[in-house]
Design a protein around this ligand. Structure first.
Ligand code: ADP
Ligand code: MG
Ligand code: ZN
Length: 476
């Protein structure tokens, strides 16, 4: 039997606010357990939540970037369940009236473009963390994370392969990072992705039973988990079995998914409007004001890089990978308007060093001004391209100006005709046979002679000048 794969994605993005969703506690990661708590996020009776305006603002900006309709009247709801990391016994979330609805993201897989519909994006609070230490007596609870703002972004079941999911997730992550609403760190859990996956016989309209996948903390695992799950479900169905509606955990060591729990239905959560929070009214003027704060988004910037700078699509894609990198590139091009040359340096030499050091372009020890000075030295033929490439690691590591490195190392290119003529005479004297061949019409030998001059100059001779002078001498 041939099956069609159906996937919808739930993504939780931790918002980069200073304080929590409903109280003034800080959101810093890695502080001593329970040091970032107060009666509100500890769920003490009699306390009242207050909505974090910055979180609402980030949700609206994200919704606008994802082409959503913004709910001018949206409401918080209680999602009831019991777990030790949830002291109130309910999570404040949104249910019937989310802040963002009905958006769309266009993703590209191979050559094909495909819109992925966003069903909704809603605000909610995160839970705390249960800590189970090996050998410890009992488990412990850290509530520092309890109440941290999350934006849950849910798609329609529009994806049908691991590659489409990865493309969507990459684009969503870039968008959130451009908006500066989420740091996008999947390993640390500030961006968590839960694919829902089902199969149906090709041609069948009705969806099959879906399985929700959790514990996926990198793009590599997204792909592996989905591919594993497609195989597993295909096998179950082909053997005449039924798919159980459940949540399965990805185990990256074993490379497989395993049952975590059978999935609750929405009515199990007894959702109801939170009586402690009035409906949130957003004025159309405020929404429009926020629209004006949207940065140019990665897709648009990529297209502009191709159109405005004539860059290959591949370059534009790499350079717009992060806002910092794209800003860096454009700062260089303003000072040195040769986009392709700048692109080669940024994507090659610079990116290599940044990646090795795990540093963002925003924190590059080589500023755009410094990189441009280096390119100008090549442009003016003060140094050769080869020398420029060779000294780049030192430029990166030392923080020195390129001019200083060139001077200290005596790397200035020799273009002076007198100095070059001397070397050329020596080379001609030492290579009689080749000189005769050249004069006899074998022009290819010129390359060999140029090479000899370059060699005896220690690579510092200006190759253009050498060519020109050598030809003159050999003709004379
Ligand atoms: P739940 O209430 O179980 O969380 P939802 O209806 O809220 O389910 O959908 C959660 C996600 O699962 C959405 O992204 C949705 O697109 C996707 N989804 C829903 N039904 C299916 C299905 N049959 N197969 C694959 N994905 C699905
Ligand atoms: Mg859900
Ligand atoms: Zn608090």
């Amino acid at each position: 039997m041939a099956y069609e794969v159906v996937i919808g994605l739930e993504v939780h993005a931790q918002l980069l606010t200073q304080s929590k969703m409903f109280c003034a506690c800080g959101t810093k990661f890695g502080l001593p357990a329970n040091s970032q708590t107060c009666p509100i996020c500890l769920g003490m009776p009699g306390t009242l939540p207050v909505i974090n305006k910055k979180a609402v603002e980030m949700a609206v900006r994200t919704g606008l970037a994802l082409q959503c309709r913004i709910g001018e009247k949206n409401r918080f709801a209680r999602k009831n369940y019991f777990y030790p990391d949830l002291p109130k016994g309910y999570q404040i979330s949104q249910y019937e009236a989310p802040i963002c609805e009905q958006g769309s993201v266009e993703v590209e897989v191979g050559q094909a473009k495909k819109p992925i519909r966003i069903r909704r994006a809603h605000l909610e609070e995160d839970a705390g963390k249960n800590i189970h230490e090996a050998g410890a007596h009992g488990s412990r609870v850290d509530l520092n994370r309890a109440g941290t703002p999350l934006l849950e972004i849910v798609t329609e079941p529009d994806m049908c392969s691991a590659d489409e999911v990865v493309a969507y997730l990459k684009q969503l992550r870039e968008t959130l990072m451009y908006l500066e609403v989420c740091d996008g760190n999947m390993e640390e859990g500030s961006l968590r992705c839960e694919p829902n996956l089902s199969l149906r016989p090709v041609g069948q309209k009705a969806f099959g039973t879906k399985v929700e996948l959790k514990n996926i903390n990198s793009f590599k695992f997204v792909k592996e988990a989905i591919e594993y799950e497609i195989k597993r479900q295909t096998k179950v169905l082909n053997e005449g079995g039924k798919i159980a509606q459940e949540t399965r955990l990805w185990d990256s060591d074993k490379g497989e998914t395993a049952t975590m729990r059978s999935k609750e239905e929405a009515h199990d959560y007894r959702y109801f409007p939170d009586p402690d929070l009035v409906p949130l009214s957003l004025s159309p003027e405020w929404i429009e004001e926020l629209r004006t704060t949207l940065p140019e988004l990665p897709g648009a910037r990529q297209r502009r890089f191709v159109g405005e700078y004539g860059l290959p699509k591949y370059d534009a894609e790499v350079l717009t990978g992060t806002k910092a990198m794209a800003d860096y590139f454009e700062a260089c091009v303003r000072l040195f308007p040769q986009p392709k040359t700048v692109s080669n340096w940024v994507m090659g030499e610079l990116l290599r060093e940044l990646n090795n050091a795990g540093v963002s372009a925003a924190a590059s020890p080589v500023s755009p001004e410094r990189l441009v000075s280096l390119l100008q030295l090549v442009e003016k033929a003060t140094i050769s391209l080869k020398v420029a490439r060779e000294i780049f690691p030192e430029l990166y590591a030392s923080g020195k100006a390129p001019e200083q490195i060139v001077q200290e190392k005596g790397l200035t290119q020799v273009s002076d005709e007198g100095a070059l003529a001397k070397i050329i005479d020596e080379v001609i004297a030492k290579n009689h046979a080749q000189v005769e061949q050249y004069r006899g019409g074998k022009e290819a030998v010129l390359g060999f002679l140029v090479g000899q001059v370059m060699k005896s100059s220690g690579g510092k001779a200006n190759p253009g000048k050498v060519n020109e002078l050598l030809k003159k001498k050999l003709a004379g």
